[in-house]
Design a protein around this ligand. Structure first.
Ligand code: SF4
Ligand code: SF4
Length: 175
């Protein structure tokens, strides 16, 4: 179901709407009602080009209080966290923070999340990195390791148990 389909459905959920607006304010952004639908966020959105994410429509649905519809939509997981929407918004609304809040709500309500996210979390828990260190392919079509490029080794958590407990605490915190 697309976001456009969702705009014609549902009753407003004002409590979750307040929760998300409170998050925006706590992160020094403006609340969603400041959005005047100029779509500057969408015109620069990296996920819009490939995955049809339209941040201005996310904000429009939040303004209408249609939170459950957003939380249940796959489109919220397509944000690439490039931050351009926050940089471009003339009203300082920050659609990216709205998307983070919606994703947190989806996790908190037990929705199934895309496999890539669970793989990243597992990697963070075991390595402290979202993915293991990769070799890169050069223009000459050879592969090189990090140390061969003269880069310093990356640090890993010294106390794995403490680190994992801290990550899980952050991962389960509300919105
Ligand atoms: S750039 Fe800001 S004001 Fe314009 S549509 Fe996006 S969120 Fe709304
Ligand atoms: S942070 Fe997400 S929503 Fe914002 S412009 Fe980048 S991809 Fe689009």
């Amino acid at each position: 179901m697309t976001i456009v389909d969702l705009t014609s459905m549902g009753e407003p959920q004002t409590e979750q709407q307040r929760e998300i607006n409170a998050r925006l304010v706590s992160l020094q952004n403006e609340i969603s009602s400041y959005c005047y639908q100029c779509a500057k966020c969408t015109s620069g959105c990296e996920a819009h080009k490939l995955l049809e994410l339209e941040p201005h429509k996310i904000v429009a649905l939040l303004k209408r209080g249609l939170i459950n519809e957003l939380v249940n939509s796959d489109i919220i997981w397509t944000c690439m966290t490039c931050m351009k929407c926050r940089e471009r918004c003339p009203q300082r609304v920050a659609p990216i923070e709205i998307l983070f809040a919606l994703k947190n709500m989806a996790v908190a309500s037990g929705k199934q999340i895309p496999g890539k996210y669970t793989a990243m979390l597992q990697s963070i828990l075991s390595l402290g990195l979202i993915q293991d260190i990769q070799q890169i392919t050069t223009r000459m079509n050879t592969t090189v390791k990090r140390d061969e490029l003269g880069l310093p080794p990356l640090s890993k958590p010294t106390d794995a148990q403490k680190f994992q407990a801290a990550v899980m605490k952050i991962a389960t915190e509300k919105v």
